[in-house]
Structures are given as structure tokens and as C-alpha cells.
Ligand binder design. Structure first.
Ligand SMILES: Nc1nc2c(ncn2[C@@H]2O[C@H](COP(=O)(O)OP(=O)(O)OP(=O)(O)O)[C@@H](O)[C@H]2O)c(=O)[nH]1
Ligand SMILES: [Mg+2]
Length: 397
């Protein structure tokens, strides 16, 4: 009996651990939902009766809602509906308004209208409500006593991670190995083939470095979130290799950690996948990032030249040293052929040589700690919603 209790406790603990671990793996970061606001109720022409307005559909940003809760609540139908307005009749000349639908979503999601690919709302303010679809006007003399239809639209909701530090690089560069070096207790999938990481995953690193600045909110002991993203490939900004879905997670990153294999990169040993030197890889990553979003190329970026333990000759070590020196200059890209040159060349905050596999990442940690003035506390949510609500018209009757 005692034994089985112990076993049960152990099982519960390991399941809890697993769940905790799973929460940090982002298995879904986009849903498609059909939204329909309520139709207006019909009026009654003979008695000048007015139908009620249809209900609106709102999203309410809530801190304790997870992205996957959306799917859990909507199940496979993925539909959100608000009530129609009540029609006028002889006994009730003013029809009641339809009930609004308030749907809870996690903070930070973005809502895009699929028809014209426009951003409808950025749900960034906790407990704020965001109008997604407006209910139809109730029938009255204005509308010829017809109830107007509520807005109907198909939307995409996007989860964008807000990591303090986002890892960027071609496949196999060693991004996950770096994450693992930061958080050795986390189970991270690492392998010697491209696309090992298929879903973004987030880890938390606690730095207990003594404070040098009294102004930083994160002085002394601070925790930063790191997002390990799947490797992108050339053409990622045109969504090749689902690149768009991964680059979007860097939009809100405070610092981008760009990782490049110091021996260069080739996706496959095939003609249409040419070998890229480390410098070409960096320039191509720069181009992908700027094509996706110019603002991204201007973020604070730390560049890691990884796998230096694989450099065998003095000559190759010297070459990497010269490359490191070149990358610290403003015009690092100028010697490249035209097709590699970025439009917005990145200015690296720092360039580091590393062997992530060895786990010795103190220098990188020091550099990131030195950049903590760029890092927002994990609770900060930038506010930039400008969506205004239009009140329902007052009716005279
Ligand atoms: N020798 C050496 N190998 C490394 C180093 N860092 C990573 N590797 C190896 O490189 C391979 C790829 O490492 P990952 O960390 O999975 O690379 P990734 O960038 O996360 O790859 P994707 O998830 O496919 O984008 C693995 O076999 C690692 O063990 C390093 O510093 N030195
Ligand atoms: Mg990986």
C-alpha cells in the first residue's frame, strides 16, 4: 500500500513535470475562426416599430487564458456568434438588442481579417475589450424597417511570442544547443540534421549577475525568456519552409540572437542548395529578416559564430578571427557580391565566437547581461491598440 502511494506520487510529479514542460512548447500559433455578429431585428412599418441591434462580437484580453484554450472552447467548429436583435411586434414596438458575445483570448494575440489581410485588433491590454464584428442595425424608418445583417468575417488569430531573446539562424546552426546551454535542466531536442526543432519553444534563464546599473528594472537578479525557433531557410520571408510563421515570433523579441555555423551552411548536398560561407549566411539571414519586416533588422542583434571547436587548422581559426573583426565594423557587407548585399545592413551589438556544445557560454551570458537595458520585464506588455468602439445609435422611439 505504502509502496503504491509512493509510486502514485512519483507518477503525478512526473506527469506534472511533463505538463509543465509541454506548456513551453508552442504547438499551435495560429487559428482560423468564423465570426458572425448578430443581425438586426426587423422593424414594424405599420406602427413605426424598431428592431433591436444585433450583438457585437468582442475579444477580451485575459492574462490567465492560454492560446490553446481558444481551440478547447470552440472545439472543431471554430465559430463565434453573437445574438440577433429582437424584431418589433405589435406588443413590443421596440425590440431588445441582441446580447454581445465576449470571447476571452490571451493577451498579445493579433486578429487578422482573412479576406483583405488587415489587422483588426492587437489584443495587448489586459481586460480590454476589442470589437471584432459589429452587429447589424435594427430595422426602423432609416432602414426601410429591415434589420441589417451583422458583420460576418473569417479571421486568423495569431499568437506571437514575446521572448526577451529570440534565436535566429539557418537549420543545424546550433540554436537549440545554445538554449540547452542556458537551461541545462530543460529537455531540448538537438540533432545533427536540419529542422530538428519544428515548433518554437521557450525557456527561462535566470541571471544572478550583480547589478551595475541602478536604472534597469532588471538589475541584479533577473529572468529572461529565450525562444528557440525552428531554422529558417532562404526565402523564409516569402514563407518558404513556413518561415513567416517563425519570423513573426521575433517581432516582439527585445534582442535577437543570430547563430551561424562558422563552417558555413548547406541545406542539402544538392545543386539547388548551394554552399554558403559564414559571411554569406549572415548576409542572407539579414536579407530574410529585412524582407519580412524592416524593423526587425534594426533590433539589437548579437551574432554568434558557433562550432568553433570544429576549426582544426590555425588558418581556419585566423579566418574566423578576421571575420569576427570584420563583422564588428559598419561596412561588413561591402565586399559581398551584389545579390548578397542587404538593404538594411545589421549593426551587431556584439559578435562572439562560441562552442555551444561545450556548454561554456559565460561570455555570451555576459554580453546579454550587458544588454539588459534593452530587455523588458516579462510582465510588460507594450500597448498599441487604437481600435475605437462606435456606440449603438440612440433611437427616438
Ligand atoms: N561540434 C559542435 N557541434 C555543435 C555545436 N553546437 C551544436 N552542434 C551540433 O550541431 C547539430 C545541430 O544542433 P542544433 O542545436 O540541433 O541546431 P539547430 O540550429 O537548433 O537546428 P534546427 O532545429 O534544425 O534549426 C547537433 O548535432 C549539435 O550537437 C558546437 O558548438 N560544436
Ligand atoms: Mg533546433
Amino acid at each position: 500500500m505504502i509502496f503504491s502511494r509512493k509510486l502514485l506520487k512519483e507518477t503525478i510529479t512526473s506527469v506534472q513535470k511533463l505538463i509543465k514542460h509541454d506548456l513551453n512548447i508552442v504547438t499551435a500559433d495560429k487559428y482560423i475562426i468564423s465570426v458572425k455578429a448578430g443581425n438586426g431585428g426587423t422593424g414594424l412599418a405599420r406602427y413605426n416599430g424598431c428592431g433591436g441591434y444585433g450583438g457585437n462580437v468582442y475579444f477580451v484580453a485575459k492574462p490567465n487564458v492560454a492560446f490553446t484554450d481558444i481551440k478547447r472552447k470552440l472545439k472543431s467548429k471554430m465559430k463565434i456568434r453573437a445574438d440577433p436583435g429582437v424584431s418589433a411586434n405589435k406588443l413590443g414596438l421596440i425590440g431588445a438588442h441582441g446580447k454581445h458575445e465576449y470571447f476571452e483570448v490571451p493577451i498579445g494575440i493579433e486578429v487578422v481579417d482573412r479576406e483583405n489581410n488587415t489587422l483588426i485588433a492587437r489584443c495587448s491590454r489586459p481586460f480590454n475589450k476589442y470589437l471584432i464584428a459589429r452587429g447589424g442595425e435594427g430595422g426602423s424608418a432609416n432602414t426601410g424597417y429591415k434589420g441589417l445583417p451583422g458583420q460576418a468575417l473569417e479571421i486568423e488569430v495569431h499568437l506571437k511570442l514575446r521572448p526577451n531573446i529570440g534565436l535566429l539562424g539557418f537549420p543545424n546552426a546550433g540554436k537549440s544547443t545554445i538554449l540547452k546551454a542556458f537551461v541545462p535542466e530543460k529537455s531540448v531536442k538537438i540533432a545533427d540534421y536540419p529542422f530538428t526543432t519544428v515548433n518554437p519553444q521557450v525557456a527561462f534563464w535566470n541571471s544572478s549577475t550583480p547589478s551595475t546599473s541602478s536604472t534597469s528594472p532588471l538589475a541584479e537578479n533577473f529572468t529572461v525568456s529565450l525562444a528557440d525557433l525552428p531554422g529558417i531557410i532562404e526565402g523564409a520571408s516569402r514563407n518558404r519552409g513556413r518561415g513567416y510563421q517563425f519570423l513573426k515570433h521575433l517581432e516582439y523579441a527585445d534582442i535577437v540572437l543570430m547563430v551561424v555555423d562558422c563552417q558555413g551552411f548547406q541545406l542539402k548536398n544538392e545543386l539547388d542548395c548551394p554552399f554558403r560561407t559564414p559571411l554569406e549566411s549572415i548576409a542572407l539571414l539579414n536579407k530574410e529578416v529585412e524582407n519580412y519586416d524592416k524593423k526587425l533588422a534594426k533590433k539589437p542583434i548579437v551574432l554568434v559564430l558557433n562550432k568553433i571547436d570544429l576549426l582544426e587548422s590555425d588558418e581556419s581559426r585566423d579566418n574566423i578571427q578576421s571575420l569576427q573583426n570584420l563583422l564588428k565594423t559598419k561596412n561588413w557587407w561591402m565586399g559581398l557580391p551584389e545579390e548578397f548585399r542587404p538593404t538594411i545592413p545589421m549593426r551587431f551589438e556584439n559578435v562572439i565566437q562560441l562552442s555551444a556544445k561545450s556548454g561554456k557560454i559565460e561570455e555570451l551570458q555576459k554580453v546579454l547581461t550587458g544588454l539588459r537595458h534593452h530587455i523588458h520585464a516579462l510582465t510588460d506588455v507594450p500597448e498599441n491598440s487604437n481600435f475605437e468602439e462606435k456606440p449603438r445609435k440612440k433611437r427616438l422611439l
